[in-house]
Design a protein around this ligand. Structure first.
Ligand SMILES: *Cc1c(COP(=O)(O)O)cnc(C)c1O
Length: 355
């Protein structure tokens, strides 16, 4: 058995892989592959509608919130959001918490003014800023709920900040309970916690749209996708089907609260092990460390290589840290079984005991 701790694309439930592969050969006993059916055929429209409704159900979204499956990755949302929400002479507030937040900031500056409400750049992005400054005329506040690379996560979402919230939840969507209706826009690339690469979940409070002066290209204007029920053009049919299978699996497991419970358990196990041995040092500040991506180093660099080799030999993969941070990153997404974390921590203990 391989223990897959990849940061993304990453592990999905085994039954999702099985059902998805079967659908490639014969979708729903139609004797047709899911790859060869029309996107406006009843077979696919059913998939799309069930997936959109399941997102609403699992996140308890109200009727103001629309669910879209778009393309271009979370990275396209970095510019599509300010393009739809921010006039050139207006200001949006952003939190600078890591590599992903910084990329969102760079794109927003192409469309309007950016005010940095809080930053952890000074601490190498190992923490989450606590005291935010938000000018009252700000159009929205953007945050990255989980910074996948450094391994930090917002524990206290600033719900009461007085301006609409926009969040990049690419690496923690469906992993913990939040008040999702408090956000005007939530976006997430599917390839970490909810499916295959190629589709991006975008949740929009429709009342925030239609307030900018610029002309927006047809495909970039959220209103057109909402108007056409997510069938403005050919959507990524297969990736949406994989997302549907994952959403059904999440529901079967008991929904987002059940996911959060097991994710907390997995995170506690790994962080307790890191803390138990002086050999390992956590990268993220304790109060801000992520339940999705645990990052740590070993002070002796030669031991880092030895540890990595030991893990590889034990079929533990995907734990090498991002090149900008170094060390290790253990991703604990929804589909990663508790047993894999138990196995990894056993290996960590035996390595620490003998080095
Ligand atoms: C992976 C990731 C992205 C990039 O997603 P793409 O779908 O590759 O564009 C953006 N934000 C966060 C927080 C991520 O983890």
């Amino acid at each position: 058995m391989i223990h897959n701790f990849n940061a993304g694309p990453s592990i999905l439930p085994k039954e999702v892989f099985e059902k998805a592969s079967h659908a490639i050969l014969n979708y729903n006993n139609s004797e047709l592959s899911i790859l060869e059916i029309g996107h406006r055929s009843p077979n696919f429209v059913e998939i799309l509608e069930e997936a959109r409704n399941l997102v609403k159900e699992l996140l308890h979204l109200d009727d103001d919130h629309e669910v879209l499956f778009l393309q271009g990755g979370a990275s396209t949302q970095f510019f599509q959001i300010p393009m739809n929400l921010l006039n050139e002479n207006e200001t949006a507030a952003y939190t600078d918490t890591g590599t992903w937040a910084a990329k969102a900031i760079k794109e927003a500056k192409l469309f309007g003014n950016v005010f940095i409400s809080g930053s952890s750049k000074e601490t190498n992005y190992t923490s989450i800023p606590k005291n935010l400054t938000i000018p009252s005329e700000t159009k929205y506040l953007h945050l990255t709920s989980n910074e996948t690379i450094s391994g930090t996560q917002w524990k206290n979402i600033p719900y009461e900040c007085g301006v609409p919230l926009v969040a990049d939840m690419s690496s923690d969507i469906f992993s913990r309970v939040l008040d999702f209706n408090k956000f005007d826009i939530i976006y997430a690339g599917a390839q970490k916690n909810m499916g295959a690469a190629g589709v991006t979940l975008v949740i929009i409070n429709k009342h925030c749209l239609g307030k900018v002066d610029r002309s927006i290209p047809t495909m970039m204007d959220y209103r057109n996708h909402i108007q056409e029920n997510n069938l403005l053009n050919t959507p990524p049919v297969f990736a949406i089907y994989v997302a549907l299978l994952t959403l059904r699996w999440i529901k079967q497991q008991g929904g987002v609260p059940a996911m959060e419970k097991i994710n907390q358990q997995k995170a506690a196990l790994i962080y307790d092990t890191i803390e138990k041995y002086s050999l390992f040092q956590s990268i993220a500040a304790k109060e801000d460390r992520s339940i999705m991506n645990a990052t740590f180093t070993i002070s002796d660099k030669s031991l880092e290589e030895k540890f990595l080799n030991y893990c590889t030999q034990e079929n533990i993969i995907g734990i090498k840290g991002h090149r900008t941070v170094g060390g290790f990153r253990v991703s604990l997404y929804n589909a990663l079984p508790l047993e894999s974390v138990q196995f990894l921590t056993k290996i960590m203990c035996s390595f620490a005991d003998s080095n």
